[in-house]
Design a binder for this molecule. Structure first.
Ligand SMILES: CC(C)(COP(=O)(O)O)[C@@H](O)C(=O)NCCC(=O)N[C@@H](CSSC[C@H](N)C(=O)O)C(=O)O
Length: 350
């Protein structure tokens, strides 16, 4: 007997049945509000080059998913800008030289990761950071002999080590660098890369070292041309809050990736609490807290269940040029190892 024949009544969905009309006593459901992020992405245009970037990232991720099986770290680095005019002459910048990101990228590469380096254009890059933006002009690393340019012997040994690491990363197609300047470019590119990284699931690691603007000037209020100084001598700027993208990253863009954010403060008395608040609010995996003034020699690593501890370089280690990222990155990689094995276990059990 077919299921239909067994059924003792036929369902009619087209005849209105007043008895089942919506109970007017129940308050109306609020109309689904667009989240702040969705509102933002609807009002701000994507960067014109986004499709090309997505293609490059897709190829990079496919290559490693197919040929190397490497974990992929998306490292963001440098500060985002908030333009104040469409024809931008003035902008608000967030401080970051890019040292944290560029240095960490080198250590992730040494720890076997493929790295997508999303960085503020013209800020520090892995490997070249040792010779660009330094106090020494790059020409100081060279000498002339027999009418030829040679590497200054004082720097040759160290330079050879860095050159070999750089070429290894390049020849193994393990480093993809992608620029941003404005907070809008950063948010669109971060979202695109995060969605593409879903392909590698829990093997994706987000290491958010970029200094991201908290406020921006909506396009609707942005003057077309350079702001003229007012006779009043005042420049009043009415900014909006940048959507809390970390929530979106955790919930939607990168549901399986491990997410590490940085909390930057200048007041040591609030650093740990602010880092814990960020972890509670966004429910990601790690927050690395650092003070602007001591960021090169001390960080606090805040993990769920109140597990937090500091990593601090001794004066001797500072003098010996030990880089704190050489201690941070292996610890983050260890957390990631556990994150991946927990995911594999959950998948096997489900
Ligand atoms: C920028 C530095 C200090 C590195 O310096 P350089 O080595 O000179 O490059 C980095 O370690 C850092 O704290 N980066 C994160 C800085 C930052 O903006 N953190 C945000 C969190 S990420 S921005 C996220 C957004 N506000 C949101 O809440 O969604 C914050 O502290 O609030």
């Amino acid at each position: 007997m077919s299921p239909q024949a067994r059924r003792n009544s036929v369902f009619h969905t087209s005849i209105p049945d007043a008895g089942c009309a919506i109970d007017r006593n129940i308050p109306d459901f609020p109309i689904a509000q667009l989240s702040d992020e969705e509102k933002y992405f609807r009002t701000y245009k994507a960067p014109p080059y986004l499709d090309e970037i997505e293609e490059e990232v897709r190829k990079f991720i496919d290559y490693h998913a197919t040929h190397t099986g490497k974990r992929v770290a998306l490292i963001t680095s440098g500060g985002t800008t908030v333009p104040l005019e469409n024809n931008t002459v003035r902008f608000i910048d967030n401080f970051s030289a890019g040292t944290r990101g560029a240095t960490s990228a080198e250590y992730f590469l040494e720890n076997g990761y493929a790295v997508i380096f999303l960085y503020r254009e013209f800020s520090l890059l892995p490997y070249s950071r040792h010779y660009s933006h330094t106090t020494n002009c790059f020409l100081d690393y060279m000498t002339e002999s027999n009418n030829k340019v040679e590497i200054n012997p004082d720097f040759a040994h160290e330079m050879l080590i860095i050159l070999r690491k750089y070429k290894k990363a390049k020849d193994s197609n393990s480093l993809l660098v992608i620029p941003f300047t404005t907070v809008n470019q950063y948010l669109y590119t971060l979202r695109s890369i995060a969605i593409l990284l879903q392909k590698v699931g829990s093997k994706a690691l987000f290491f958010l070292a970029a200094a991201v603007s908290d406020f921006f000037l909506p396009q609707s209020r942005m003057p077309q041309h350079k702001i003229q100084s007012q006779s009043t001598g005042k420049l009043i700027i009415d900014l909006e809050q940048v959507p809390k993208f970390l929530r979106r990253l955790v919930d939607n863009w990168a549901p399986s990736g491990m997410i590490v954010s940085f909390k930057l403060e200048t007041d040591s008395s609030i650093l740990i609490d602010k880092a814990k608040t960020a972890l509670d609010r966004y429910q990601h995996q790690l927050v690395i807290g650092n003070l602007l003034q001591s960021r090169k020699k001390e960080v606090v690593i805040v993990a769920p269940n109140d597990q937090s501890h500091s990593i601090k370089l001794s004066d001797r280690e500072v003098k010996e040029n030990l880089e704190i990222e050489s201690l941070i990155v292996p610890e983050v990689a260890e957390h990631h190892e556990k994150w991946i094995s927990d995911h594999i276990k959950n998948e096997q059990e489900s």
